[in-house]
Design a protein around this ligand. Structure first.
Ligand code: ADP
Ligand code: MG
Length: 454
């Protein structure tokens, strides 16, 4: 006899839950229900259109496979939107009384543990996984299971606000939870690490600090790029690194760029990093931005209409931090006004908070304007030539592509027929010089004006 369909669906969900990240499961499938089953067709309701589309595209096959494991007669799964839920959602009013709950939402609820410097807010549950961070996420979960043995060191890199700190903190939190104190993680920013070393040198308490760092099982160093070039710190880091590594202690490092692109990093450190596992985190695509917004809303126990979620996901692309910022503003607005935000208002909020010239400015336009300013042709910027007349324009073009359009280094490199390392060097050089060299500063201001004018 066939199994009761309701129960079957619950079992299928339990199975798929193990196969997805918790955040993805919670966002897409947790609220699904089996509403009908006829002649091998399972009809499953999902809370809204986004969930329906996403699940149809991504999980249809997987779900069917699982369901068939329980019921051989299953031929197809169809998804429908749970109309009632949608209506409830749209009519839900948020009152001013909710404001305090919202304000308390993120930081006050969590406390950083002084022993490990880990903040429980960076949990696995709240981490959304998509194409842009899948490798890093998979590595992270593998490290938690096999601390110190397999992926050591683990080096993760990516742009600002894309989730590096969240990921490495999450590894620490998971390790703490799983091994209950038997494995001791510690998180440090590279500034903290540096200042510890400086303190040790100044107070001649070198041994204390050494011991403190070597006396842990998992060392997590965030934003390692800041260590580059600080000789004494690098030296000490190298020794600590080796001591930990030789004892199978896990080392986890984050950076805004790959090891070979940290110009001042000592060669031996670089090759150590390259000997482990390196994963990058990229920009989240649309679907993932939707998932992130939903996960944040769920965490905050808040709701927004689908149109608004879609709008934010379409328009806010720079990084996850920016998405959070806009979302908080929208929710805050709703709290203060006591009504659901309209699309127009949400647009205004986005417009104001997102530095977004990309709609008006194209990369070609930037290159053309730079070339014009210096009296060279756009083609000259791309040629191999090292003549001074083209080197500076080229570097400025790279700098502006980054500054105005926030393009990735590989993309900038490609645009100008160079590799990403050259792009990083160029952007950094201009970044540094702009403060010291007022004529350069002036040039860039003028070029920017020309770019925005037309
Ligand atoms: P980074 O260290 O790379 O600059 P953070 O880890 O500080 O970025 O992330 C910025 C914000 O975005 C944090 O609040 C973090 O929790 C959130 N965030 C980043 N990636 C994700 C993700 N995949 N899922 C959920 N939240 C994320
Ligand atoms: Mg960070």
């Amino acid at each position: 006899m066939a199994m009761d369909p309701e129960r079957l669906w619950q079992l299928a969900l339990a199975e798929i839950e193990v196969q997805l990240s918790r955040a993805n499961f919670a966002t897409w499938l947790k609220n699904s229900r089996l509403v009908d089953k006829k002649e091998g067709v399972f009809v499953v309701s999902l809370p809204n259109n986004f969930a329906k589309e996403w699940v149809e595209n991504k999980y249809q096959k997987l779900l069917l496979g699982i369901v068939r494991g329980f019921d051989y007669s299953a031929k197809k799964i169809e998804f429908v939107v749970d109309g009632q839920n949608e209506a409830q959602l749209a009519s839900k009013k948020i009152s001013v009384a909710d404001l305090s709950r919202f304000e308390n939402r993120i930081d006050l609820d969590f406390r950083v543990d002084p022993e490990t410097n880990l903040n429980p807010r960076y949990s696995l549950r709240s981490f959304v996984v998509g194409a842009s961070n899948e490798l890093a996420y998979t590595a992270a979960t593998a490290i938690v299971r096999e601390v110190g043995t397999k992926y050591n060191p683990f080096f993760v890199y990516g742009g600002v606000g894309l989730g590096k700190t969240h990921l490495v903190q999450m590894i620490g939190n998971e390790i703490r939870a799983l091994y209950k104190g038997r494995v001791r993680p510690r998180y440090v920013s590279s500034e903290k690490f540096t200042s510890d070393i400086v303190w040790a040198i100044r107070n001649k308490r070198y041994e204390d600090v050494k011991k403190r760092y070597r006396d842990i099982d998992v060392l997590i160093i965030d934003d390692i790029q800041f260590i580059g070039g600080k000789e004494k710190t690098e030296e000490e880091f190298f020794h600590t690194f080796n001591a930990l590594y030789e004892n199978n202690k896990q080392i986890i490092i984050s950076s805004d760029r790959p090891p070979q692109s940290i110009p001042t990093l000592e060669e031996r450190l670089r090759s150590r990093f390259e000997g482990g596992l390196i994963a990058d985190i990229g920009y989240p695509e649309y679907e993932m931005r939707v998932a992130i917004i939903k996960a944040k809303l769920q965490d905050a126990k808040r709701e927004l209409r689908e149109e608004i979620i879609d709008l934010v996901a379409r328009k806010v692309k720079k990084n996850v931090r920016e998405i959070e910022g806009v979302l908080n503003k929208v929710l805050f607005y709703q709290d203060v006004r006591g009504v659901d935000v309209t699309e127009k208002t949400a647009s205004d909020i986005i417009e104001k908070s997102v530095k977004n010239f990309s709609r008006r400015v194209s990369d070609e336009h930037i290159l053309k304007t730079v070339a014009e300013f210096f009296g060279v042709s756009p083609g000259d910027l791309v040629t191999r030539g090292r003549k001074k007349e083209v080197v500076e324009p080229r570097q400025i073009a790279m700098y502006l592509l980054r500054d105005i359009l926030d393009m990735s280094y590989p993309y900038i490199g490609e645009k100008l027929g160079r590799d990403h390392t050259t792009a990083i060097h160029a952007v950094e050089k201009i970044n540094q010089e702009i403060n010291k060299n007022s004529s350069l500063n002036q040039k860039i201001i003028l070029i920017k004006e020309a770019i925005y004018k037309s």
